[in-house]
Design a protein around this ligand. Structure first.
Ligand code: ADP
Ligand code: ADP
Ligand code: MG
Length: 463
């Protein structure tokens, strides 16, 4: 087994990794920026080293600093978490070249799966259904127009290197596409350091359904069921649930099987996610992308399967074979996650970083809260706005919804505005309760949800 793991991340995911390492008997080395000197992951690690100033480019994204620390502190493994360098193929290669085990797939696999245009082509070859669109990247505006004419409008222009819901632009007709192309290219370069674009047909009113997979170095690949992440704003996930509601056994099996095929096609190793769109009829599904890392919403899969995904990542990276076979994996009950972000839904979701003056997390049966916050800490403006992930597990979907409502009633965070009240309103929305929301749900219902949430706030003040 690995003995000492460098955690190349921060926030709740750094804590999550640290916990799994400790339970596996591994020591941990945390890194932190000047803005994170008092962070919880720094306090809980075996050892912690400051690697630079607050700006991520000079700290959490500084590959040389990370490798220097890993060597100097005697680490044998590096866990990249999500975001930052987790899908950076060069970093995975650099770790290996430095004699360190990168906890994730090889640089080669990250390169092939992380290039979203190339991944589509590869999946099509492997017989996985792919969203209609361009074959590979569109190099010129003429190629984009040609691909769009073939699949039909509306289309999405997407950055091959995009992620986190950014780098996606809708075009409803030729004129819009012609106009948007150069700008999208320039934006992709500015955001992702890579201006390659590809094109997809817009799937109307789809659900976002993804499949969690695990693959070891010995050729074993299993899937751990699916998650529905359709409650999104601007292509960013807000509420997720496992399993996806109302899929027929046959469709669920097909999607799981397609995800395993996708993992095998790229020679995958570690934990990963294959994302699909399910069409409005709930009949056809299309490969969208593969995330070659642990995901934000992995916890709800852990709740329904009882499998510790980060522990599995550590075992796989240590060269051990998977302990479970597909037939051993059972999904039990239903789990929901709400991402509580430091953002104000009433001010167009502007970030609201600040000091936490009071904090109380819900507890009790079937509840899990993953967060790097504590009473008196600061949520930094330098990084993403995720404040806490609240997860609730119940025997049925309705029990999980009720439990999550109860969790958000108990949840108390003072010091800055969050989206928690908005999520609470969603949990009462008839369409959500019915369980068939598509990715347009939140944006379509936002005015009404915000109105309810505002009135709830006013009532609280009066009370
Ligand atoms: P998940 O797919 O696990 O739900 P998200 O898409 O929410 O993950 O992204 C997880 C984190 O990684 C977020 O902080 C997001 O901003 C960041 N992220 C993901 N992909 C990229 C990327 N290509 N460039 C920059 N940040 C990214
Ligand atoms: P990211 O790498 O940022 O996660 P994805 O390609 O996974 O980007 O897309 C993010 C979200 O954008 C999806 O969950 C979905 O809601 C929406 N989306 C992406 N592609 C399409 C498409 N072809 N049709 C409809 N919605 C899409
Ligand atoms: Mg995605």
């Amino acid at each position: 087994m690995l003995k000492r793991v460098l955690i190349a991340n921060r926030g709740e995911i750094a804590l999550r990794i640290l916990r799994a390492c400790r339970e596996s008997g591994m020591e941990t080395v945390a890194v932190y920026s000047a803005a994170d000197a008092k962070a919880l992951h720094v306090q809980l690690a075996t050892q912690a080293v400051c690697i630079g100033p607050a700006q991520a480019a000079e700290s959490y994204l500084n590959q040389n600093a990370l490798l220097t620390v890993a060597r100097a502190t005697g680490c044998d493994g590096v866990h990249p978490g999500y975001g930052f360098l987790s899908e950076n193929a060069d970093f995975a290669d650099a770790c290996r070249a430095a004699g360190l085990t990168f906890i994730g797939p090889s640089g080669d696999v990250i390169r092939r799966a992380g290039d979203k245009a190339a991944a589509r082509a590869m999946m099509r070859q492997a017989g996985v259904p792919v969203t209609p669109g361009s074959d590979g990247p569109v190099q010129r505006v003429e190629d984009a127009l040609c691909a769009a004419a073939r699949v039909g409008y509306p289309v999405l222009l997407k950055a091959s290197a995009g992620g986190g819901g950014r780098g996606i632009r809708r075009c409803d007709d030729e004129a819009q596409l012609s106009r948007a192309y150069a700008q999208a290219k320039a934006e992709a370069m500015a955001c992702f350091g890579n201006d390659e674009l590809y094109l997809e047909k817009l799937v109307l009113r789809p659900r976002h359904i993804e499949v969690q997979i695990l693959a070891d170095r010995h050729g074993n690949v299993v899937h751990l069921g699916d998650r529905d992440c359709s409650i999104q704003r601007r292509n960013q996930k807000l509420i997720e649930e496992a399993p996806a509601w109302g899929l027929s056994d046959a469709l669920r099996a097909q999607m799981g099987e397609a995800a395993v095929r996708a993992a095998k096609a790229v020679g995958y190793e570690g934990a990963g996610t294959v994302e699909f769109l399910l069409d409005a009829a709930g009949e056809r599904f299309y490969f969208m992308e593969m995330n070659t890392r642990i995901q934000v919403e992995h916890g709800i899969t852990e709740m329904v399967t009882g499998i510790d995904l980060v522990r599995e990542q550590l075992r796989i990276a240590s060269g051990l074979p998977l302990e479970m076979k597909q037939a051993d994996i059972r999904v039990s009950g239903h789990a929901i996650e709400c991402r509580v972000n430091a953002e104000d839904p009433h001010r167009d979701f502007a970030p609201t970083p600040g000091a936490v003056s009071f904090l109380h997390f819900p507890g009790g049966p079937g509840v899990r809260v993953d967060s790097g916050l504590y009473n008196g800490c600061e949520l930094s403006p330098y990084y993403d706005s995720l404040a806490a992930k609240v997860m609730a597990h119940g025997g049925t979907r309705l029990a999980a919804i009720r439990r999550m409502r109860r969790c958000l009633e108990e949840f108390a965070l003072e010091g800055f505005a969050t989206n928690a009240e908005l999520s609470y309103q969603i949990l009462y929305h008839p369409a959500f309760i019915r369980g068939h929301c598509c990715t347009a749900f939140l944006e379509e219902n936002l005015p009404q949800l915000l109105d309810f949430s505002r009135r709830a706030g006013d009532e609280e003040e009066r009370a």
